[in-house]
Design a protein around this ligand. Structure first.
Ligand SMILES: Nc1ncnc2c1ncn2[C@@H]1O[C@H](COP(=O)(O)OP(=O)(O)OP(=O)(O)O)[C@@H](O)[C@H]1O
Length: 252
């Protein structure tokens, strides 16, 4: 079942067209990667899905309903979680407090009538997320003192606190060291394995894309050049000619 869909969308910045007539679908529990060279429009497309940018033409549907006019906040509340390349955290709060805030934000919306019980629930939910994401050992450390890899894990933890159904992940391994990257890859593989999330990943690390994806969408100069299973995309002549230079290892 399709959960999130972009239908022939076009997006531009002050008259400069960046995405033209792009369509893509994300099914419940599916893992789709969006790849393409620098400047192809991947982040722009993610912003359009997350509500950070308005589309000019076309439609965006969540569970079959148009959400093109919904704010980013409303989309997040409905279950579309968006991560960013830049890390968005409260630097002086601890790892645990950052997660608590995200959990509280979600609970207040849903459980405002059970305020007396929220504290305990928030604590329990926060501990569970700390454990799941592998951040228990740094629970009491201020976010600003975390390693870059742990900051990105914390960002993901905060996203999960909002109990999303769709995860839009923008280069989760960007800026990570050689030792941190496999940890993030493992974490994302675990999220996929739960089957709870439809995941759209923007990522330059092609081995990671090949390993995780059910489908790959290739964006080239604002157009969708190809989409299909990893092997279909890698054997697509147009992709090979226009983007891959004959070898998928050529993607950077
Ligand atoms: N805020 C903006 N104002 C004007 N132009 C922008 C803005 N953001 C992006 N662009 C332009 O839109 C095009 C697509 O950029 P975008 O960041 O979506 O590409 P990308 O595929 O995500 O690239 P990268 O892999 O480098 O992150 C580029 O030509 C970029 O210069």
């Amino acid at each position: 079942m399709t959960i999130l869909e972009a239908i022939e969308i076009s997006i531009g910045y002050r008259g400069h067209q960046v995405i033209e007539n792009a369509s893509l679908k994300l099914d419940q529990g599916q893992f789709v990667s969006l790849i393409g060279p620098n400047g192809a429009g991947k982040t722009t497309l993610l912003n359009a899905l997350g509500g950070q940018l308005r589309i000019q033409t076309g439609d965006i549907q969540f569970e079959g309903k148009s959400i093109a006019n919904w704010s980013a906040d409303r989309r997040a509340r409905a279950g579309i979680g968006r991560s960013f390349q830049a890390v968005h955290l409260f630097p002086n709060l601890t790892t645990e407090q950052n997660i608590q805030l995200a959990v509280q934000a979600k609970r207040r919306l849903r459980l405002h009538h059970l305020l007396g019980k929220v504290d305990q629930e928030v604590t329990a939910a926060t501990r569970q997320i700390l454990n799941e994401i592998g951040l228990l050992h740094v629970a009491r450390v201020a976010a600003k003192a975390l390693s870059h890899g742990d900051k990105r894990k914390l960002e993901l933890a905060m996203l999960l606190s909002l109990q999303p159904r769709v995860l839009l992940l923008d280069e989760p391994t960007a800026g990570m060291s050689m030792t941190e990257t496999p940890m993030m890859l493992k974490l994302i593989a675990q999220l996929k394995a739960t089957g709870h999330y439809a995941i759209l990943l923007v990522e330059h690390k092609i081995d990671m894309v090949m390993q995780l994806s059910d489908r790959i969408v290739v964006l080239h100069q604002g157009h969708i050049l190809a989409q299909g299973t990893p092997s279909e995309v890698m054997n697509d002549q147009e992709v090979t000619n226009a983007y891959l230079g004959g070898h998928y290892e050529g993607i950077t």
